[in-house]
Write a protein that binds this ligand. Structure first.
Ligand code: FES
Length: 560
């Protein structure tokens, strides 16, 4: 069966079960009105769920949900998963063991021995006669509800409307079980009072055909049989996973990331499994269920070694306008070594899921930053190659951290120069503010670095930064393994020119007026100039900031 149908089936089953639980809770909450109201509600509840269609839907959903959960547990190659997913799994595995007592005491007893299960009899058992079973039932419904809520939350959370509806849904999610429990408590008190009436309990036992000792023993055997079968199924799944692991240990693939790490993973692991195995941060908003697209990677090498995308994967990729060499990491199981480039930051907001991929070659408004070390070439001539590399790497770490920390993307490290993009996704206004913040952080980083390397350097390192904002064509460009997200166009050209202008003005930073305007900053306190740029008829209006520290008062309150 294709993954699409499995997913649809699972969703349909979950929806039926959720409906059942919600109606059950609403029925319980009628206990706040009276026991009689609860019983009246139960009539409607049973009319639905004990009809043939209701029975088939409910028990079909239980079987489908349970079997698919075990199947997915087997399918899943790595058990490393986010905490929310692990919690949902653990709660889900507990549910059958917790609910089997209740189900055999109600539905199965009704089926097998014609025992009626009105609220009065069930509440008598759970509230008056065996409160310890009542406590277990409270635990069971809490576990069921948490499992359901986590599932619904992670199913819906990347829908655009969800953030707006979240408060309402949370309120409902909190109120429903609370009202159900209060209804149960209220009914419990009413039943306890009735139980003190002479003859009420025997008459209830008789009128509902409550199971006698022999029937109770039969029901107990059924319950035990179910529990044994469930435990056996779990053990079989765990053993099957173990056998597969032993078999696959001899066959592995290497998943290389363009960001550096290489992970060796057993064949059969998805690329996302490999990321989790190797501790490589990788976005996966839907938890690897092939729904959110956030795990998508560009396959730089080894695309042909991947099995073709399933229909479901193709549909998700089409929705985000993915290029032909882009795959969902959670759905792709490499049979040979691959090199991949994750396309979405691990920290992506769920709302950013399923957004068209703006990085495949689009014209965007963005800010571009160029930076260069002043006088480093002369300094390098007097140093050993080892020292040059050491100093440069420290410098790249400082400026790279400042750029990514401000929200930018380091693009090219050439010689002692750096190019960075800001606002690729967020636009030029946010990008301009981020670029200015990055400039400040870069200069701060250089000051710290100069302090640390004071004994190594004849003179402190100085940096010149140019920033311009405007339209540019952004996309993944390059060849072979040297692919990176970059931008081309006049904006890049002008930003590079502004960086060179820092030498002419002996300044740490030169920005265009376009950057100031887009960032919403008043830079009128800084000298204004107009400079010519090759291949441009119009000069560019700029502001010269001799010391970036002077920007601090303006930047501090700026929103990110
Ligand atoms: S993690 Fe959501 S589609 Fe892969």
């Amino acid at each position: 069966m294709s993954a699409v149908y499995v997913r649809r089936l699972r969703l349909a089953a979950a929806f039926v079960l959720l409906t059942y639980v919600v109606l059950h809770f609403l029925n319980h909450s009628l206990g706040l009105v009276s026991l009689a109201a609860m019983e009246a509600g139960r009539w409607w509840f049973l009319a639905l769920w004990r009809s043939w269609p209701g029975t088939v839907a409910l028990y079909g959903a239980i079987v489908v949900h349970g079997v698919l959960a075990l199947w997915l547990l087997y399918q899943r190659r790595s058990l490393r998963m986010p905490a929310w997913e692990a919690t949902q799994y653990a709660l889900g595995l507990l549910i059958p063991a917790l609910l089997v007592v209740h189900v055999t005491g109600t539905r199965i007893a009704w089926w097998l021995v014609n025992a009626d299960d009105p609220y009065s009899r069930i509440v008598l058992g759970l509230w008056v006669l065996s409160p310890q079973f009542g406590a277990r039932q409270v635990l069971a419904i809490t576990v069921v509800w948490l499992h359901a809520c986590i599932g619904v939350h992670y199913w819906l959370r990347f829908r655009r409307w969800y953030p707006r509806a979240q408060l309402w849904l949370f309120t409902v999610a909190l109120l429903l079980p609370v009202l159900a429990l209060l209804g149960f408590v209220s009914a419990g008190r009413e039943v306890a009072a009735l139980a003190r009436t002479p003859g009420w309990v025997p008459s209830l036992v008789q009128s509902t055909h409550a199971p006698g000792p022999a029937e109770a023993a039969r029901l107990l055997a059924i319950r035990q049989g179910f529990l044994n079968a469930y435990l056996l199924a779990l053990v079989v799944v765990i053993l099957a996973r173990g056998v597969r692991r032993l078999y696959q240990r001899r066959r592995s693939v290497r998943v290389a990331y363009t960001t550096g790490p290489i992970v060796t993973a057993p064949i059969g692991f998805t690329i996302l499994d490999a990321s989790r195995l190797g501790g490589v941060p990788h976005a996966s908003v839907c938890g690897g269920r092939g729904r959110c697209s956030t795990c998508r990677v560009r396959v730089v090498r080894g695309l042909e070694a991947l099995p073709p995308p399933s229909e479901a994967e193709q549909r998700v990729l089409a929705r985000v306008g993915a290029a032909p060499d882009v795959r969902l990491a959670c759905q792709s199981r490499p049979a040979r070594d691959v090199t991949v480039m994750p396309l979405v930051p691990p920290s992506i907001d769920p709302g950013g899921a399923m957004t068209p991929d703006a990085r495949q070659g689009r014209e965007r408004e963005l800010a571009v930053l160029f930076a260069d070390l002043r006088g480093f070439t002369r300094m390098a001539e007097k140093k050993l190659p080892y020292d040059v590399v050491f100093v440069l790497n420290r410098y790249f770490a400082a400026v790279g951290g400042a750029i990514t920390g401000a929200g930018g993307i380091t693009n090219q490290f050439t010689g002692d120069g750096v190019m960075a993009l800001f606002g690729v996704d967020a636009g030029a206004a946010a990008g301009s503010r981020q670029a200015l913040e990055a400039a400040r952080a870069m200069v701060d980083g250089m000051t710290r670095l100069n302090g640390e390397l004071a004994g190594e350097l004849a003179a402190p390192l100085r940096i010149g930064i140019g920033i311009h904002a405007g339209p540019g064509v952004v996309g993944w460009m390059g060849w072979g393994e040297s692919f990176y997200l970059t931008a081309v166009g006049d904006t890049v050209h002008v930003a590079a020119r502004l960086e060179q202008a820092t030498k002419d003005y002996q300044a740490e930073l030169v920005v265009s007026e376009d950057v100031a305007r887009r960032a919403g900053l008043d830079l009128s306190a800084f000298p204004a100039h107009r400079i010519a740029v090759r291949n441009r008829t119009e000069p560019v209006a700029i502001r010269v900031i001799t010391r970036v520290a002077d920007l601090a008062p303006l930047l501090a309150p700026a929103p990110r």
